[in-house]
Design a protein around this ligand. Structure first.
Ligand code: SER
Length: 465
């Protein structure tokens, strides 16, 4: 079985053999673009080349890009850790052609890498092509379909709509039709049992029939008035989700069970003395609610450690504003989970840095170079937030003592909300502490207070606009 590091290296080696310059990842933190705080796609750093305002040489490039997505439909920070495949930070493997090869070359190379190098079974691969958009005057991408037909049977080529098959960097900027490669990673038994073909499961949120690679045929620049202007050259922009590729190559159901995350999770187990149950172990014997909380917390910490450590290595310290605040929120979320479910009352994440550096420092030398700073900043930030948490616990203890004196057993939602608002206590932490002391929390009232605050924020935003 190939390790994560071997898979990453094989991608670079393959594209190097195809005359691509292997370039370093751009920083995950973006300092000079007011519209973007973090790199969220491999092509961000090439925007000027794609728009024709920067020298395109060398015209073939490939890399692995550190990306961070903490907002948007499927990237709600609060969801990360609860499932097996969403992350804050992830790597995107990419190859680019700036006015060199176009659709045929990109499709042939992607196919060769997946089938000849990684040895994926061609029968498990499905591809999508843009069905076209009459209102934008763009026809179906027959050209891409023709090149795919060199490799796959017709029933493995699926038409896709604008949402899935027309990639845009943002409201404005480079864009174009794209082809996604999906892999049906079910075992033969699972396929037989489900009675559904891979084709039927593409883009249906099946955890085992997943998109791994998006190949964008950049042809346009979306202008502020919404119109499309042809680019001065055709550009290939591809992005392959590294963590899910590794999951598939290692035959795992969860990204967290691959060697991208397992070394960190092992270190967590060692430090906490608690056990993590992999997906297979969970399936064999269902786990308790308490164990599930531990599992979620270990995933949250493993994920967030990466995001925070790489941001700091890239020069973004946690702070109270903008990008710094995003990093602070991510870090504090990890501290809360470690504190609540892993029983870590002192700094914890910083102890995981050596493991992260051992695993990823080779591919990302900036992490190794900044190890000391990363450790120091995380430790200080953890300790200061833990003091705030302790204050909140003190306030909660006072409230519970008052309730006890009054013969009550329920903490009202207004107090629970105040703990959330002032001390960053999420409801589950308040509930956990209350439960341990024989109290319940009025959740309904908490939600009412939360809604009131959201309304206030929305009204304030409306006034500003
Ligand atoms: N830009 C495309 C994406 O982010 C392909 O790299 O999916």
């Amino acid at each position: 079985m190939m390790t994560a590091n071997e898979i990453r290296d094989s991608f670079k080696k393959f594209f190097e053999s195809k005359q691509h310059a292997i370039v370093p990842s751009a920083p995950m933190v973006i300092k000079d673009d007011p519209t973007l705080m973090f790199t969220n796609a491999g092509m961000n750093q090439w925007k000027d080349i794609i728009l024709g305002t920067r020298d395109p040489e060398p015209r073939r490039r490939a890399d692995t890009q550190k990306c961070l997505r903490v907002s948007g439909k499927h990237n709600d920070l609060e969801e990360v850790g609860h499932d097996t495949y969403h992350h804050t930070m992830f790597e995107m493997l990419g190859n680019w052609s700036f006015g060199d090869y176009f659709k045929e070359g990109a499709i042939d190379m992607a196919w060769e890498y997946l089938v000849d190098v990684l040895k994926l079974n061609p029968e498990d691969l499905y591809v999508t092509v843009f069905e076209g958009s009459p209102e934008e005057n763009i026809p179906r991408d027959d050209e891409a379909a023709k090149y795919w037909a060199k490799h796959v049977p017709e029933d493995h080529i699926i038409n896709g709509n604008k949402h899935d098959n027309f990639w845009e960097m943002g409201d404005t900027g480079p864009c174009g039709p794209c082809s996604e490669i999906h892999v049906d990673s079910r075992t033969p038994e699972q396929k037989a049992a489900s009675g559904k073909t891979g084709r039927e499961l593409v883009n249906q949120d099946d955890p085992q029939v997943i998109e791994i690679w998006n190949i964008v045929f950049m042809q346009f620049n979306r202008k502020a008035d919404g119109s499309l202007e042809p680019l001065s050259m055709n550009v290939i922009d591809t992005g392959m989700g590294f963590e899910r590729l590794v999951r598939m190559m290692q035959g795992k159901h969860s990204n967290y069970d691959t060697d991208v995350f397992q070394p960190i999770i092992k270190a967590e187990q060692q430090i906490t003395g608690l056990k993590y149950f992999t997906f297979e172990e969970e399936t064999e014997s269902p786990i308790s609610k308490e164990q599930d909380d531990i599992n979620v917390a270990m995933r949250v910490c493993a994920d967030h450690l990466r995001a925070v450590a790489f941001s700091i290595a890239d020069g973004q310290l946690p702070s109270n504003a903008k990008a710094g605040y995003v990093i602070r929120r991510i870090l504090r979320r990890a501290v809360r989970y470690a504190y609540t479910f892993l029983n870590q009352k002192d700094g914890f994440l910083y102890k995981l840095v050596p493991t992260l550096v051992a695993e990823m420092g080779g591919a990302f030398p900036e992490l190794e170079a900044q190890q000391q700073l990363v450790t120091k900043v995380i430790k200080e930030e953890e300790e200061s937030f833990l003091r705030t948490l302790e204050k909140g616990v003190g306030m909660l203890n006072d409230a519970m003592n008052t309730l006890k004196a009054e013969g009550k057993t329920e903490l009202d939602g207004v107090q629970a909300f105040r703990l959330f608002d002032t001390y960053g206590f999420p409801l589950d932490l308040t509930e956990l502490i209350c439960r341990e002391n024989g109290f319940t929390v009025n959740e309904e009232q908490f939600n009412v207070e939360m809604q009131k605050q959201k309304d206030r924020a929305r009204n304030a935003a409306a006034v500003e606009n």
